[in-house]
Design a binder for this molecule. Sequence first.
Ligand code: ATP
Ligand code: MG
Ligand code: MG
Length: 380
Amino acid sequence: GATLGVMGGGQLGRMFVHAAQRMGYFTAVLDPDEGSPAGRVSHHHVRSDYVDEIGLAELSGYSDAITTEFENVPAAALARLADHRPVAPAASAVAIAQDRAQEKAHFTRCGVPCAPYAVITGEDALAGIGDELFPGILKTARLGYDGKGQARVATRADLRPAWESLRRADCVLEKMLPLAFECSVVVARGADGVMVHLPVQRNLHRNGILAVTEVHEQCVPPVPGLRAIEAAKAIAEGLDYVGVLCIEFFGLADGSLVVNEMAPRPHNSGHWSIEGADVSQFELQVRTLARLPLVQPRQHSPAVMLNLLGDLWFREGATGAQTPDWASVLCLPGTHLHLYGKAEARPGRKMGHLTLTGPTPPSVRETALDAAQRLGIAPF
Ligand code: ATP
Ligand code: MG
Ligand code: MG
């Protein structure tokens, strides 16, 4: 049988491995961590860092085609692998997604507006920043995730200290926008240019980390919802993208939509599709990588996804980490528990997620609120 390889062994890789194995593939994971969520369920686990020549050769030795689940895999490593095996997404697309300045330039080229911003590549750039960008958020151009590598900048006086706190890294300063809602769209594009997408997903972030995703027909207003899908398709097309791509958007009170960022892989906000749609984002990743046909996924159930962060393991009054009471939510109808097999719970760490499916948006929402309360997750 054919073997599909993946760079990165986190939860996204694990769910990719599950989807690939269900469809009869063998899998190979490259991740330095012995106990990585994907490595421990894969047929092959290459334990090396992402640039080690020997590790890359071993991965491509096992694999008939290779993808990535970790957006900070050096694009050069993907380019290296592509000398030997088909790689999707391409290193060139991943390189753009890895750099906020290049990413925003790409959005602009595709005609999709982003928040007003400026690129900061050195001390001299600080003085030239326009007043209209305050209050803003300073974000490192590279390597940020879950709100890490960001600093709020209320006024111009805060800019230099914020930049120092980010160790003078290359940054973008974005104007802070008053968000009416956040949403995302997962698109998949095949090597033949065929493109399909999941429905618009409404996202709630807390402390820069995704907390809740809701997906049903009216989860975002219709016009910005349609625009998000059109924008996501234009962005994928403009990259000549092959694979699964997720685009995050901000909806503003005046009905306008701006793009935030993209991830060159399946996304936390698309996890609901495992149970809520007839083709999940991970199956889409398998299909694009294996050059299988793409068909438009159909959502068959309204869905809510609750992230299970490590905080839930630390209950007030208890000493040390305690496993949450899963039975208390599994007794509710339409709950689907995913735990990623991470050895140690830490506050802010994504340990798993709970997807709820139900017959109608109000009913699934009601059950999700109940489940959240039982687990100690704040209401939404
Ligand atoms: P991810 O884990 O999604 O990759 P990240 O670290 O790349 O996150 P962003 O997506 O840039 O971070 O920002 C995290 C969250 O912070 C956003 O989802 C949004 O809630 C808030 N945020 C970011 N930029 C802005 C902005 N310009 N105006 C208002 N809120 C913002
Ligand atoms: Mg990001
Ligand atoms: Mg984000």
